[in-house]
Design a protein around this ligand. Structure first.
Ligand code: FES
Ligand SMILES: [Fe+2]
Length: 470
């Protein structure tokens, strides 16, 4: 390592060394200490809808096969033949009961009637003759991720058997992820993928993307051009329909996750018309709002625009509604993946409009993402030099002004313009880089560092008032 972790991430002053974005040794360490331990997003269930369906995904720099076996169970298997390392599956996706290696023909079955555990070695050419029946097939099945979780149609995995339960890993951040994965009316897990998945490479360190997603209202100047073009789905200016009027930057210091969203509230804010360039679509969202009001009553709920689940999955919850994953390739290159979501039971007009809108917003051809990629790529490149890599980035905006959040365990908020969530992201990254095991990483909750005053935001105050009146 170029420096001890506490000198790379200086929490007291909000400084972050540029080495962590360009250094080979740091990169190697984060693959084993972060990516081999954390829960990682690997697929959406629409990619493996039927028994035998598979999709090739990534966990860190490893490629994995995410597959649904013949009984419907989901497995995450390392995509390399256990014999002599050939990449077993070279398609992106498909349907297969057996994976046969093109090198010497070892085959692995996904059928529990043929092998004890799907993914086990089923056939070895010459087993009885050249191997004299001595190779024990049970020992040479595909390497599998020991922890797999299907959550509201998304699939997650961890290489670490000691990783906490996925729900504990999310903590109260779960409510914000639910906002994106539930239907617009709050119906649980009501989402489907629009079309396929977009993948593209960016000459940037992977960490810029997930921390930028949750902490960077400050960089609106980058998006000036798209705001002028106006891709607003109601025909107005800007990138989106009106936002909830009370968003804040909210993060979970002990978990590393963060969000730009609203604090929990108990009565739905008044409906703001959306998607108005198509009356059928606008009406769908109005009715969804009414059903949402009815569904939740005075139960607490949240809304949000963008969030990150540590380490490398971010999501838009509202407009657009997407999942983004940032796969490390090298210190200075990543592969970005983007999935677009829409209510599963929405009419075709709603799905069609969402598809057009999402494509103009996100992805390599989207008008917004290209602004961000430009910043991250140049920040990576301009930190590679012998002199530039020795200096620090400044993340001190709002340092020491975080406040506890009522109703969300372990969360702090720090207003709209702050680098609090980036500091939270790097704080957690440093913990992962230092910890010997999950026993030290404790996904536990509790107040973050230096909480200040407890100030409910406007919607929380209004909700309290409303409850008082009723
Ligand atoms: S490398 Fe796969 S069968 Fe030999
Ligand atoms: Fe941006």
């Amino acid at each position: 390592m170029p420096k001890p972790i506490d000198e790379l991430i200086v929490q007291e002053t909000g400084l972050v060394s540029r080495e962590i974005f360009v250094d080979e040794e740091v990169f190697k360490e984060e693959l084993s200490r972060v990516f081999a331990r954390a829960w990682l997003f690997v697929a959406h269930e629409d990619q493996i809808a039927k028994n035998g369906d598979y999709v090739v995904s990534k966990m860190g720099t490893d490629t994995v096969i995410v597959t649904r076996d013949m009984e419907g169970e989901v497995h995450v298997l390392l995509n390399t033949c256990t014999h002599r390392g050939m990449r077993l599956c070279r398609n992106d996706m498909g349907n297969a009961r057996t994976f046969s290696c093109p090198y010497h023909g070892w085959s692995y079955s996904m059928d529990g009637r043929i092998v004890e555990t799907p993914g086990d070695l089923a056939g070895v050419p010459g087993h009885a003759t050249y191997y004299h029946g001595e190779l024990d097939k049970k020992d040479w099945g595909l390497v599998r991720a020991p922890r797999v979780k299907v959550y509201k149609r998304t699939v997650w995995a961890s290489w670490d058997p000691e990783a906490p339960e996925f729900e504990d890993y999310l903590g109260d951040m779960r409510q914000y992820l639910d906002y994106a994965l539930d239907g617009r009316d709050g119906s649980p897990g009501n989402n489907e993928m629009i079309g396929g998945i977009l993948k593209w490479r960016v000459p940037s360190n992977w960490k810029f993307a997930p921390e930028n997603f949750i902490g960077d209202n400050y960089h609106d100047i980058s998006h000036r051009s798209v705001d002028l073009v106006g891709i607003n789905p109601s025909g107005g200016t800007g990138r989106r329909d009106d936002e909830p009027d009370d968003v804040t930057t909210l993060g979970f210091p002990k978990l590393g996750h963060g969000v730009i969203g609203e604090m929990p509230y108990f009565a739905e804010p008044e409906f703001q018309p959306q998607w108005q360039t198509n009356p059928e679509v606008a009406e769908y969202y109005r009715q969804s709002h009414e059903r949402r009001v009815e569904r939740f009553g005075d139960e607490p709920r949240v809304s949000m625009t963008v969030g990150t689940i540590f380490p490398n999955m971010s999501f838009h919850g509202r407009q657009p509604r997407t999942i983004a994953v940032f796969h490390p390739i090298s210190p200075t290159e990543m592969e970005m993946w983007r999935i677009f979501l829409v209510d599963k039971d929405a009419p075709d007009a709603v799905k069609d409009m969402a598809r057009h809108y999402h494509l103009s917003y996100s992805g390599p051809g989207g008008l917004t993402e290209s602004d961000d990629m430009e910043n991250w790529s140049y920040a990576t490149d301009s930190s590679r030099g012998e002199i530039s890599r020795s200096i620090y980035f400044n993340y001190e905006m709002g340092l020491g002004h975080a406040r506890e959040v009522p109703h969300l365990e372990g969360a702090v908020e720090n207003g709209v313009f702050t680098e609090e969530n980036a500091r939270i992201f790097y704080r957690r990254w440093a913990e992962f880089m230092k910890a010997a095991s999950w026993r030290e990483l404790h996904p536990g909750v509790g107040p973050g560092p230096k909480p200040g005053r407890l100030i409910p935001t406007k919607s929380a105050r209004q909700a309290e008032e409303k409850r008082g009146e009723s």
